[in-house]
Design a protein around this ligand. Structure first.
Ligand code: FEO
Ligand code: CA
Ligand code: CA
Length: 737
């Protein structure tokens, strides 16, 4: 569990929405499934054509070195499982190696000095250094002319999110805090510049890659970068700040968790736990309207501010520390003389054009405002709308889908973020309801529809901008299903089915378990004392009628995370073994081959293992069976029917890597030839306490770290390669046709 998750959990406790009960009258699961499969058979030809056009090209080209493969080749895991462990190192499958690419503080400019990593590096130097807490990332292939080419595997721009910081390691003696206030503006500047995104050029060297330090594309985007606010919420009165009295700009991006990308070669960085950075103390309440107070409560805008950035005094520098103060301090009616509305300029999906280093990022309000984990694209098909799937990562939050109004025109692939203005500023936002019969519905979040209007309670909406700014409240109003913390999503390139991790939710109450979030295991008779969904699960769904048009889907649970020793009837429902058991799935990503990578960010299994990376060969929705799960609390029992995918097999799910102590394994990218896998090791040694940092602390990842000695642990992007130069994780095996 990261510091972010702890903040997220606190925000979750502020959730004001009522419980949603399943009120559908849809037909039974089996009926729906057979109907869907029939329809799929009918559509097989057209989907196959689409998949070949969009994905098959990359399969057959990028993986061309596997000579006998075809786009429909079978996958076979090509490694032996790694054992769980709590060692302070990276344990990787035999036959594989890893190398460092980019660590916190590394220079990304020829002008920057090497990182001292003792707290003495200046704040300003972080404009030319990698930020901290590497998270979501994407590989944009570069051809010899310096143009984006998604097939190109030798040279690329790698975009990397820097979600948060371990402030203990950024300063000589940790952060200086006196009487609850930050007294060093230099320290706070450094923290503000260590967040955001890095764009770095990388070049293959041998089997692995290295950073091109003097590349003209290298760039940091931080909490200080000027950004445009675009889409239906731009110019809303709720976005007016001292920084932009027209509500069309804001300064910076924050809490950049996971990511997405577009078919025109731009990067999407997603703002997750932004609310915790703002300061808004109880005395502000009397200056706010009832509607504002409902919105603040629903989004968790309350408290001192995670890093106390708003407390720096005097606030006279260009860094504008006061913009982290979300209270009314000015005298204007509209907020044009303070930052009371600044929170409404965060919580968005932000588009960055990595190929135009002078471009301003654009916040895309059409995709809604919430705790965005990431934005994962659906299949890209000419003449069809574009689709992104998104999760809001807090307890009991929702899964969303954005569908562009414009139909995909491949000529837009070269238009950069001008194409973004076409596809990402004008579309429909939906939220998911998972029904108890195994069906699901996409519920439209549009002003005037589904009860999202001026009569809605507790929050009366004014217009569509209001709906998008308060997407969580709109989703409450339409009866979306509260999930066990949606993290990453991924779309299977072979089947088009969508997967999403639900990391864990200890707040899931016994009487609130439902078909899609069915576990609350607390059975003292069987020695189980954890409440709620302690280990998480991975849900998946098959869309009806194509991703851009479907308003209905069929779902099941691909995997329930659990200890292999747990009760197979009610907890270890996917029959995990010692070779593939895991807890708290978070990162999720499909290789072009169709291999699914699963990353963990866990604090429930840490007695036995550090966080890990597993490889899975998934089947498809409906390959398992329905199952009644029994849950207990004291004398109370509640059973619920769910739908479990086929049990995990030794051939379909294996642990590939275990990280060092205290880290989260997150972020995934692949070179288009499938021969290099990029993974982030985030916040190793995070529990080390500020000024009390010593080498005796439990997690330092030091003796294994190249510089050794007294180095402080740093977040890192690593590159994994196979020693024989082969595909990472699984081979493609020719199948008879
Ligand atoms: Fe930043 Fe939900 O992980
Ligand atoms: Ca995450
Ligand atoms: Ca997490």
């Amino acid at each position: 569990m990261t510091v972010n998750e702890k903040i997220s959990d606190l925000q979750d406790l502020n959730s004001a929405s009522d419980s949603t009960e399943n009120f559908s009258n849809n037909p039974r699961f089996d009926t729906i499934l057979s109907a869907r499969l029939t329809r799929r058979s009918v559509l097989k030809g057209s989907f196959g054509v689409a998949a070949t056009a969009v994905l098959g090209g990359s399969l057959s080209t990028s993986y061309a070195a596997t000579k006998k493969s075809s786009p429909l080749a079978a996958l076979k895991l090509n490694f032996n499982a790694v054992a769980k462990n709590i060692e302070d190192k990276i344990t990787l499958a035999e036959g594989y190696s890893w190398s460092l690419l980019l660590q916190t503080g590394d220079p990304i400019s020829a002008n920057a000095s090497p990182y001292a990593n003792d707290g003495s590096d200046s704040a300003q130097s972080f404009t030319q250094r990698a930020g901290d807490h590497n998270d979501g990332m994407h590989f944009f292939g570069l051809d010899k002319k310096g143009q984006w080419n998604p097939q190109h595997a030798e040279r690329a721009l790698l975009c990397i999110n820097h979600e948060a910081i371990t402030s203990a390691f950024l300063h000589v003696n940790g952060p200086t805090i006196v009487d609850g206030k930050r007294t060093s503006d230099e320290e706070v500047k450094k923290e503000m510049l260590a967040h955001g995104v890095s764009v770095v050029e990388i070049q293959r060297k041998g089997k692995s890659f290295q950073v091109v330090r003097d590349s003209r594309w290298n760039r940091r985007i931080t909490t200080l970068t000027d950004m445009e606010i675009t889409g239906p919420a731009a110019r809303s009165p709720a976005l007016i700040t001292k920084y932009s009295v027209t509500g069309t700009r804001t300064r910076g991006t924050i809490a950049n968790c996971a990511n997405g990308h577009t078919p025109w070669g731009t990067y999407l960085t997603c703002e997750e736990n932004w609310a915790g950075f703002f300061r808004r103390m109880p005395e502000d309440d009397s200056k706010r309207s009832a509607r504002e107070l409902i919105a603040f409560k629903r989004y968790g805008v309350a408290g001192k501010g995670k890093e106390l950035w708003a407390t720096v005094q005097p606030d006279t520098s260009d860094f504008q520390f006061g913009r982290w103060n979300a209270a009314v301090v000015g005298s204007s009616e509209d907020g044009s003389d303070d930052f009371r509305n600044a929170v409404n300029t965060f919580g968005w999906v932000v588009e960055i054009d990595p190929f135009d280093p002078h471009s301003n990022p654009k916040k895309r309000t059409a995709l809604g405002r919430f705790a965005h984990e990431g934005a994962w694209p659906g299949p890209v098909i000419e003449g069809q709308p574009l689709v992104w799937y998104m999760g809001c990562d807090s307890r009991h939050e929702y899964i969303y889908k954005y569908v562009s109004n414009a139909k995909w025109d491949p000529r837009d692939a070269s238009r950069g973020s001008a194409a973004g203005d076409k596809y990402l500023n004008d579309g429909k936002l939906y939220v998911a309801r998972f029904n108890e019969d195994g069906s699901g519905n996409w519920l439209l979040l549009e002003f005037g529809h589904n009860g999202v209007d001026a009569n809605a309670t507790p929050y009366a909406f004014k217009d569509q901008a209001d709906v998008l700014i308060h997407a969580r409240l709109a989703a409450d109003a339409v009866g979306a299903t509260k999930m066990d913390r949606p993290e990453w999503g991924a779309v299977n390139p072979r089947t088009g089915e969508v997967y999403m991790t639900l990391t864990y939710n200890p707040s899931r109450a016994l009487d609130k378990v439902d078909a899609a979030n069915p576990r609350f295991y607390n059975d003292p008779k069987k020695g189980v004392a954890q409440k709620g969904n302690a280990n998480g699960h991975i849900i998946r769904w098959a869309e009806e009628q194509g991703h851009g048009h479907a308003l209905q889907f069929t779902w099941d649970v691909f995997l329930f995370a659990a200890r292999s020793t747990a009760d197979k009837e009610n907890i270890n429902l996917s029959a995990l073994t010692a070779d593939n058991d895991f807890s708290s799935p978070d990162g999720l990503w499909f290789a072009k081959s169709g291999l699914l990578w699963i990353e963990t960010d866990d604090s429930a299994y840490e007695d036995a293992t550090n966080c890990m990376l597993l490889a899975a060969i998934p089947g498809k929705v409906g390959d398992g069976a329905s199952k009644v799960v029994s849950n207990y609390e004291g004398e109370k029992e509640r059973s619920v029917k769910t739908y479990v995918g086929a049990p995990a097999e030794a051939t379909s799910l294996k642990r590939f890597l275990v990280g060092p102590v205290d880290c989260e394994i997150t972020g995934l990218a692949e070179s288009p030839d499938g021969r290099a896998l990029f993974v982030n090791v985030q916040h190793p040694g995070e529990t080390t306490k500020g000024k009390n940092f010593t080498l005796a602390d439990p997690s330092t990842w030091l003796s294994h770290w190249p510089q050794g000695g007294n180095a402080r642990p740093r977040s890192a992007t690593i590159v994994i390669t196979k020693d024989d130069g082969g595909l990472i994780g699984a081979d493609l095996i020719a199948t008879k046709t």
